[in-house]
Design a protein around this ligand. Structure first.
Ligand code: PGA
Length: 250
């Protein structure tokens, strides 16, 4: 049985005062039926991990370098994230693929580094609107899966986030049928590549404009094991009902 996962991606948002949101979230979900992961900016990982040490909220990074250490000004290694108290890292988010020229090969190298450091790799993938309109969605996902996911993946250290680029931060959400088609496709591919044990154990999240008012519908789509939430994860009053909807769907 896959345990559901509600993951928050704070992106480039959050100052020390934002840690209070984590306290509020934990107060609203003292004994959650689902896993909760919050990925604040790197500047807050250590403080957030300390703040959540006794709370049912895990902390993750938003990116890591493919190498363990070295002359990479401004970068952060997977080992550093782990050392700061993170247990996971988002990798290959479309904003990094687009704004930082990250290729799927680079994402795979980062994921391998994350695994070596003992982190869960939350690998993001998704199509643009032009790719969807051209009926290329599944081909794009197949290619991103083949190249972005390393062989070091297990049911425990890999989470996939399907995030259509056109749904991120736009308020546009695919239909349940569209989400289901891609999630089923990802599941089948995982089983084919890693075997039924790992393939059925990996959690597949949906991401892109998940809000309190659409979460319930999304969480009832088969093979949706949770969500990667951007904007609505910044405040406990928005993230909390999403976590509640996920718990209700179990
Ligand atoms: P959004 O972002 O929920 O604000 O659309 C999701 C994401 O980019 O992970």
């Amino acid at each position: 049985m896959r345990r559901k996962l509600a993951a928050g991606n704070w992106k480039m948002n959050g100052l020390t005062a934002s840690l209070g949101e984590l306290q509020s979230l934990a107060s609203a979900h003292p004994d959650p039926l689902v896993d909760i992961l919050v990925c604040p900016p790197a500047t807050l990982v250590s403080a957030a991990a300390q703040c959540c040490a006794t709370l049912p909220i895990a902390i993750g990074g938003q990116d890591c370098h493919a190498e363990r250490a070295g002359p990479h000004t401004g970068d952060i290694s997977a080992e550093m994230l782990k050392d700061s108290g993170a247990c996971a890292s988002i990798l290959g988010h479309s904003e990094r693929r687009e704004n930082h020229g990250e290729t799927s090969d680079m994402v795979r190298a980062k994921a391998r580094a994350a695994h070596a450091a003992g982190l869960i790799a939350v690998i993001c993938m998704g199509e643009s609107l032009a790719q969807r309109d051209a009926a290329n969605t599944l081909d794009i996902i197949a290619a991103q899966m083949a190249l972005s996911i390393p062989d070091t993946s297990t049911a425990e250290n890999l989470v996939i986030a399907y995030e259509p680029i056109w749904a991120i931060g736009t308020g546009k959400v695919p239909t349940p049928a569209q989400i289901g088609e891609v999630h089923d496709f990802i599941r089948t591919r995982l089983e084919r590549r890693f075997g039924p044990g790992v393939g059925r154990g990996v959690r597949i999240l949906y991401g892109g404009s998940v809000k309190p008012d659409n979460a319930d519908t999304i969480f009832h789509v088969p093979n949706v094991d949770g969500a990667l939430v951007g904007g609505a994860s910044l405040r406990a009053e928005d993230f909390s009902p999403i976590i509640h909807a996920l718990s209700e769907s179990t």
